[in-house]
Write a protein that binds this ligand. Structure first.
Ligand code: F6P
Length: 360
């Protein structure tokens, strides 16, 4: 058997651990395994330049490292691949070219390590006849069918540490600190890190907030003699009927969420007269070494993906359904978004502890 493996979308801590485990599992079966550089890009390049043969030596000692030894792309879609000709960029479908290259390399299966976008692409390739299995990656933890994605625990741990540290400076200066964390469609990172880090207000995409409720919480704390507050805001949170906030990007560049923390801090200063500052954690949440939870989850994902291939269970994603790893159809995984359920006991716990979600 010859396996190909790629990493797609934004990176997440644990990618290298997945590559390590999948490679070891494949080599132990006597199979060959090759990494594709930068998502599918490597399959569009001539010769061997876009390919990384995965050997014992290549994957030794990488499981604890952040990033991906294969490289990844957060844009570039095989079905809408951007090309620039005469200064103008347009998109073309290169999926047939990729499928042709897959066959040319005499590959038997592909392991796709990615989030929602990568799973959608994988589903289309599977429908075109490419045998593949997927592994759920995203720090946002917003994929359906699996209890957890890898990368999430590391992101929460970085954010929790940052929120915890901000207490002392917030209190010293009697300020409000607004911490913006990632979370496009789902507020898992904000909820977990806000709860673990001792936030007073947590804003998540699942619950529309109203500024007046944030101000009310800050005032309540002032009245009880606490001179500082910590607000944790997921980048995708918004007010009722409000719009998502995007950063300024270069011409033609994909829209990027961001700016909510700064907006809220400014509004708090304007309306309460209290000093406020913003901290945007951004890509720190994706960077660096994975936590032990993410390492173990990633190693299990990588090993199980090879097992699914051995059983020819193509078109499936490896899903973590504690205590087991299971096969879950990619076609089902791409149907929804794993958002924070409004009846979740974690939300109830947070509310019981006096944390405001900006809705009441
Ligand atoms: O999907 C994960 C994510 O971390 C989002 O929360 C965030 O909006 C996005 O990636 C940013 O990705 P990049 O800056 O790499 O395009």
């Amino acid at each position: 058997m010859h396996l190909l493996v790629n990493t797609g979308g934004g990176d997440a801590a644990g990618l290298n651990a997945v590559i390590h485990a999948a490679t070891v599992a494949a080599l132990k079966k006597g199979w060959k395994i090759t990494g594709i550089r930068d998502g599918y890009e490597g399959l569009l390049q001539k010769g061997r330049v876009g390919l990384i043969p995965l050997t014992w030596e290549k994957v030794r000692g990488i499981a604890h490292l952040g990033g991906t030894i294969l490289g990844t792309k957060n844009f570039g879609h095989p079905f809408a691949h951007p090309v620039t000709r005469n200064g103008k960029t347009h998109t073309i479908d290169v999926s047939k070219q990729i499928l042709h290259r897959f066959k040319e390399l005499k590959a038997d299966a592909l392991i796709v390590i990615g989030g929602d976008g990568s799973l959608r692409i994988a589903h289309r390739f599977h429908e075109m006849g490419m045998p593949l299995v997927a592994i759920p990656k995203t720090i946002d933890n917003d994929l359906c069918g699996t209890i957890q994605t890898f990368g999430f625990d590391t992101a929460v741990s970085v954010a929790t540490d940052a929120i915890g540290r901000l207490h002392t400076t917030a209190e010293s200066h009697s300020r409000v600190m607004v911490v913006e964390v990632m979370g496009r469609n789902a507020g898992w990172i904000a909820l977990y890190s806000g709860l673990a880090g001792g936030a007073d207000v947590i804003l998540i995409p699942e619950i529309d907030y109203d500024l007046k409720n944030i101000l009310k919480k800050i005032k309540e704390r002032e009245k009880s003699g606490i001179n500082f507050s910590i607000v944790v805001a997921a980048e995708g949170a918004k007010t009722k009927g409000g719009n998502l906030l995007y950063q300024k990007t270069g011409a033609g560049k994909k829209k990027r969420l961001g700016g909510l923390g700064e907006k809220i801090a400014w509004q708090i200063e304007e309306q309460s007269g209290k000093e406020a500052r913003t901290v945007v954690l951004g890509h720190l949440q994706r960077a660096g070494s994975p936590t032990h939870m993410d390492r173990i989850l990633s190693l299990r994902f990588g090993t199980y993906a090879v097992e699914l291939i051995a059983q020819k269970k193509f078109g499936n994603m490896v899903a973590y359904m504690p205590p087991q790893m299971r096969a879950y159809p990619i076609s089902k995984a791409i149907k929804g978004v794993n958002t924070v359920p409004l009846d979740s006991d974690i939300l109830t716990t947070a509310r019981e502890l006096g944390i405001s979600f900006g809705d009441i």
